[in-house]
Design a protein around this ligand. Structure first.
Ligand SMILES: O=C1O[C@H](COP(=O)(O)O)[C@@H](O)[C@H](O)[C@H]1O
Length: 238
């Protein structure tokens, strides 16, 4: 596990975008799970502005680690955010976009999406292997859409599950722990003062930190990098 700490969200966006550019510009197809959230939004803006023409977008297939069960034009949709901030500005083949259909029945869609991932990617023990899973972390320590009050979803033997947001009751479709921990690389993008407390508890391994889903991210053989800004990383040493 590695932590990289930058001045602010913009510096995180610059650094992570360069990493993504190198990951995608290779001579084979690359499979990436995206997340929603404020930091990915800044990264998409940075990539659209700076790397529009220097990335071979035909190489990359985009999936989502989680999606809200809303139609694709809804302001809450992680897919819509990605279209608005990245896909509408780059030359990405439509067939490389693998969205979760949030407008469908959640239980049926979770199965359909799991099959799409399974059919498209290399698998190990029935689990699709992403080249990279991008994760955010909520202020409550959730990641993807696995929340502390339903942490048992992490251990699901399925590759996708339906989750329920603890406050709003909104349904979401999320990949599960086995998909995250079998990925070749996992990157957390975590910025802002609001994340400080959970970053401290999880990365300094304080008592009971394992009650937070974000603390269960431990790739079996892949690497894990936390991209943080100073505000989120205030309590980390070094
Ligand atoms: O609900 C969600 O929030 C998390 C964290 O987002 P952030 O804006 O606090 O960074 C995100 O990872 C997830 O994809 C999204 O659905």
């Amino acid at each position: 596990m590695e932590t990289k700490i930058y001045k602010d969200k913009l510096e995180v966006a610059e650094a992570f975008s360069s990493y993504l550019k190198d990951l995608i510009n290779v001579d084979h197809q690359v499979f990436i799970a995206l997340s929603g959230g404020s930091t990915p939004k800044a990264i998409f803006d940075y990539m659209a502005e700076n790397f529009k023409d220097s990335i071979d977008w035909a190489n990359v297939h985009f999936y989502w680690g989680d999606e809200r069960c809303v139609p694709p034009e809804d302001a809450e949709s992680n897919y819509k955010m990605t279209v608005d901030h990245l896909f509408s500005k780059i030359d990405l083949p439509k067939e490389n976009i693998h969205r979760v259909k949030g407008e469908n029945d959640p239980e049926a869609e979770k199965l359909r999406y799991a099959k799409e991932m399974y059919d498209d990617m290399i698998t190990k023990d029935g689990v699709p292997i992403f080249d990279l899973v991008i994760l955010g972390m909520g202020d409550d320590g959730h990641t993807a859409s696995i929340f502390p009050d339903s942490i048992e979803l992490w251990e699901s033997p399925n590759n996708t599950e339906v989750a329920v947001h603890p406050d709003s009751g909104q349904k979401r479709i999320t990949i599960t722990g086995q998909v995250i921990n079998k990925a070749r690389s996992v990157a957390f993008l975590v910025t802002g003062e609001g994340k400080r407390e959970k970053v401290d508890e999880i990365l300094n391994q304080k008592e009971d930190h394992q009650k937070y889903p974000a603390s269960l991210v431990k790739p079996e053989s892949g690497n894990l990098i936390w991209y943080l800004d100073k505000a989120a990383a205030q309590d980390l040493k070094g």
